[in-house]
Design a protein around this ligand. Structure first.
Ligand SMILES: Nc1nc2c(c(=O)[nH]1)N[C@H]1C(S)=C(S)[C@@H](COP(=O)(O)O)O[C@H]1N2
Ligand SMILES: [Mo]
Length: 198
């Protein structure tokens, strides 16, 4: 049976109480920023505990080494989307570009409209993490984060800031938007760390 076969193939890939979706739901609070094709007012600020703080234009970002990563994503509301191919910049390359200091232990990701999320630096620098401008060979649509979003696939997908505009390296952890509103500080989908009390 087709359904049975698919289920078998996904065995071990889907965290507890998640359902695989073939579409791609859109989920966020606030408004979708529309840049159309003009990114002259867009930049990415990287600051905090770094030797060389930077404000990068989109072209400067593209000039950094391009990476492609394939992974699965898991939203805390219960859907998982398998086999996503992302293109963008490796978080490690970015961290080297600004030369992150040794006392940096956490990273805050800032998006448009003041939205934010936080994560430990080792998760930001995880080998599967990246800042993506494209998904399955196409530029991100405005709804999914154009021009640039974080992709931190080993944590629940709320850590993957769409419309990212800032990255701050810190010594202390600080709550971001959903973390202040009852979500778990870490968000490991395999341990079902959905809410603060999980
Ligand atoms: N800037 C911003 N990024 C965000 C969010 C948000 O509200 N604002 N929501 C998060 C949540 S809860 C999820 S599940 C994913 C959804 O991404 P998608 O709409 O591309 O599926 O974006 C994450 N990134
Ligand atoms: Mo989510």
């Amino acid at each position: 049976m087709y359904f049975g076969k698919e289920k078998e193939q996904n065995e071990g890939r889907v965290p507890p109480n998640q359902k695989v979706t073939s579409g791609w739901p859109v989920l966020h609070v606030g408004n979708v920023p529309y840049y159309k094709d003009d990114l002259s007012n867009w930049d990415l600020t990287i600051d905090g505990l770094v030797e060389r703080p930077a404000v990068l234009s989109f072209d400067e970002l593209l000039a950094l080494q391009d990476v492609e990563k394939e992974n699965d994503i898991h939203c805390v509301t219960g859907w998982s989307k398998l086999d996503n191919r992302w293109q963008g910049v490796s978080t490690r390359v970015l961290a080297e570009h600004v030369s992150v200091k040794a006392d940096a232990k956490f990273v805050m990701l800032f998006a448009e409209e003041g939205w934010s999320t936080d994560l430990p630096i080792e998760d930001f620098l995880h080998e599967t993490s990246l800042l993506a401008h494209s998904h399955n060979g196409e530029r991100l649509t405005p709804e999914h984060g154009y021009p640039l979003r974080a992709v931190i696939p080993h944590l629940y997908f709320w850590k993957s800031a769409k419309w990212i505009r800032g990255i701050r390296f810190q010594s202390e952890n600080e709550q971001g938007f959903w973390e202040r509103n009852g979500y778990h500080m870490y968000g490991n989908p395999w341990k079902e760390q959905r809410f603060a009390w999980d």
